[in-house]
Design a binder for this molecule. Structure first.
Ligand SMILES: [Zn+2]
Length: 106
């Protein structure tokens, strides 16, 4: 059996960069406010607080080229964005906070 579960590439609130430069400025930054799978399995995102609009009609996915005659989603292809590399913080370790148990020496 084929496993068709795919994880969303982004999370709501994530900062992303537009990497195609076709419909907006190349490398412009945006914030994900919605993310949903299309019927073909590709993900559509809403950005900058603009909600996704679902419509009924012929839907041709710009990512995979598959078309269906079901609900289409008016939004942005998730594949047109990449995540902004988030700042990495040094891993906290417990090596510096090891406390020796005090033993009563009565
Ligand atoms: Zn697709």
């Amino acid at each position: 059996m084929e496993n068709s579960i795919s994880l969303p590439p982004f999370y709501v609130g994530q900062n992303v960069v537009y990497i195609t430069g076709v419909n907006m400025a190349l490398n412009s930054t945006h914030i994900i406010n919605e993310i949903t799978p299309s019927d073909c399995g590709c993900f559509t995102v809403g950005i900058n607080n603009i909600p996704l609009i679902k419509k009924y009609g012929l839907f041709i996915c710009v990512v995979c080229g598959k078309y269906t005659n079901t609900d289409s989603i008016n939004g942005w292809a998730a594949s047109s964005f990449r995540a902004i590399k988030e700042q990495t913080f040094p891993l906290l370790t417990y090596s510096k906070v090891i406390e020796k148990e005090l033993v009563s020496a009565n």
